[in-house]
Design a protein around this ligand. Structure first.
Ligand SMILES: *Cc1c(COP(=O)(O)O)cnc(C)c1O
Length: 507
């Protein structure tokens, strides 16, 4: 193969591959991947690697090669690098942050999409993929109980989906021609927006990037359950309006990123209507749970949102990237994003209302993200999805139960599929002045130790100043035995650390 390649006519482009070679390497790679997927449960959930070790492993100092290399050899070298050098979010004990187990069908869908490589910009450049994306949006809306007449599109992730919602809100509610005159228009008022103190940092990025400034954000205090306080929301809106600002947007979380708390969405919707604000719901984590049993009733309020962010690569189990935004009034998307360049020739009859995605969102060229979600929805069906989501919630309940049953573990929260808890060693004088600081330091060190062990992948939350460990189950591979193993893993490392770390004053 090497020789054949080198001896090929010099005119063969360096990246060209003969169909037979593609077939052979493709089969070989699929075999390698299948072996990898089968091996995941036996591998560490998270690798214990340092930046220095990784740089050494990939020889990061190496200069750009002048001469090319054999593609088969490159794939054979690269696959194990990735298998050994990443947190494995398809691992049964992958519970950190919020990351969906990637459906194997989704992996194949991304491969297929890359092979055809459609560009979902203008309808005419990818007719079938454009219609598949539209159908995916409708089906997703149907699954969530959101109006199927909504507009929407796939974007990179939750951040971008939320950005799109915010931009639609700003255009619709500014009260002047913001697209033309910008934020410095003579008639412009300071725009203010409202979200609970538990909102994801996408909002700070968006306020900064889109010129509002983070000072435009009103962080509404939360109740004891990490939910937005309605009385505080109303008084903040009224105070801003009295001071000459223009409140334009309120954001509700359908499952906060830290603890999975669900804001009182129906009540927020009513306040938004009453005060003429756009109501956006960040459902990047929790929106899919609205289709499940035994979830907080407030979740159904996401159906009243003007725009809604969902994340296909979280609780819809697709490989990255698969963010999605739904917008109640489909016309709000072109009203916010459409420009028509002179160099686009559209051969499609406008009477058929072709979906030109470049006019519906921030991107121009776009990959076929919808395919994996479309195939996933068809493969599992709504019932299959509901069953997986319900099982995740039950698994989180089981985890919370296992934690509560362990005397040295203290359960802090359990909402949707997220449980938080901490290690409180036996014999610690919890009332002592130094105890709170010590428990935080101990649990931080404990999280590092658990991650380094590779026995499970957890993350953390900070609740009322307490550093807690956090497990989020968006993982159809997690088994009862994985959950049952967790208390022993945490207490074993916790006791060892406590023996090393506990200050004399707390003994
Ligand atoms: C994950 C998450 C986001 C950001 O989504 P990305 O896909 O990481 O961009 C935003 N909001 C919430 C509630 C999330 O859980």
């Amino acid at each position: 193969m090497d020789r054949a390649r080198r001896d090929a006519t010099p005119a063969t482009p360096a990246l060209e591959m003969e169909p037979e070679a593609f077939r052979r390497l493709g089969h070989e790679l699929v075999d390698t991947i299948a072996d990898f997927l089968e091996s995941v449960p036996r591998r560490p959930a998270a690798p214990d690697v340092s930046p220095r070790a990784v740089r050494k492993r990939i020889e990061s100092e190496r200069t750009l090669p002048e001469a090319g290399s054999d593609p088969g050899a490159l794939l054979r070298e690269t696959a194990p690098l990735l298998f050994e050098g990443c947190r494995l979010n398809g691992h049964p004990r992958s519970w950190g942050y919020i990351i969906g187990t990637p459906a194997p069908l989704g992996i194949l869908a991304d491969f297929l999409a890359a092979a055809v490589n459609p560009n979902l910009t203008a309808w005419a450049s990818s007719p079938v993929p454009s219609e598949i994306e539209a159908q995916t949006i409708r089906w997703l809306a149907a699954f969530l109980g959101y109006p199927e007449t909504c507009g929407g599109l796939l974007v990179s992730g939750g951040n971008m989906a939320n950005f799109v919602g915010l931009l639609c809100a700003r255009r619709a509610k500014a009260g002047w021609d913001l697209r033309r005159d910008g934020l410095a228009a003579p008639q412009a008022k300071p725009l203010t927006l409202y979200a609970s103190a538990e909102v994801h940092t996408w909002l700070h990025k968006a306020a900064d990037l889109f010129g509002l400034g983070t000072g435009a954000i009103r962080e509404v205090p939360c109740d004891d359950g990490q939910r937005l306080r309605l009385d505080a929301l109303v008084s903040m809106i009224e105070a801003d309006r009295a001071a000459g600002a223009r409140p334009f947007l309120v954001i509700g979380s359908a499952g906060t990123v830290s603890t999975g708390a669900v804001d009182p969405l129906p009540e927020i919707a009513a306040i938004a209507r009453e005060h003429d604000l756009w109501f956006h719901v960040d459902g990047a984590y929790g929106a899919p749970a609205v289709a499940a049993h035994r979830v907080p009733a407030e979740l159904a309020g996401l159906r009243e949102a003007d725009s809604l962010a969902v994340d296909g690569h979280k609780w819809l189990y697709q490989p990255l990237e698969a963010g999605c935004v739904l917008v109640r009034d489909a016309a709000a998307l072109p009203a916010t994003f459409a420009y028509r360049p002179a160099y686009y020739h559209d051969p499609v009859d406008p009477a058929e209302a072709p979906l030109n995605y470049y006019q519906l969102g921030p991107q121009n060229s776009r990959c076929f993200r919808a395919l994996k979600l479309w195939l996933g929805l068809r493969c599992a069906g709504a019932a299959g999805y509901r069953a997986m989501i319900e099982r995740d919630i039950e698994t989180a309940e089981a985890l919370a139960g296992a934690v509560a049953a362990e005397p040295e573990l203290e359960l802090a929260t359990r909402n949707l599929s997220i449980a938080t808890f901490r290690f409180v060693p036996e014999g610690l004088d919890a009332g002592a002045a130094e105890a709170a600081g010590y428990l935080n330091a101990l649990n931080q060190a404990l999280l590092t130790r658990v991650l380094k062990s590779g026995e499970a992948f957890l993350s953390n939350a900070v609740i009322g100043g307490r550093f807690v460990l956090r497990a989020c189950i968006t993982n159809f591979r997690t088994q009862a035995a994985d959950i049952a193993a967790l208390p022993e893993i945490v207490t074993r490392h916790g006791r060892a650390l406590d023996a090393e770390m506990r200050p004399a004053a707390l003994r």
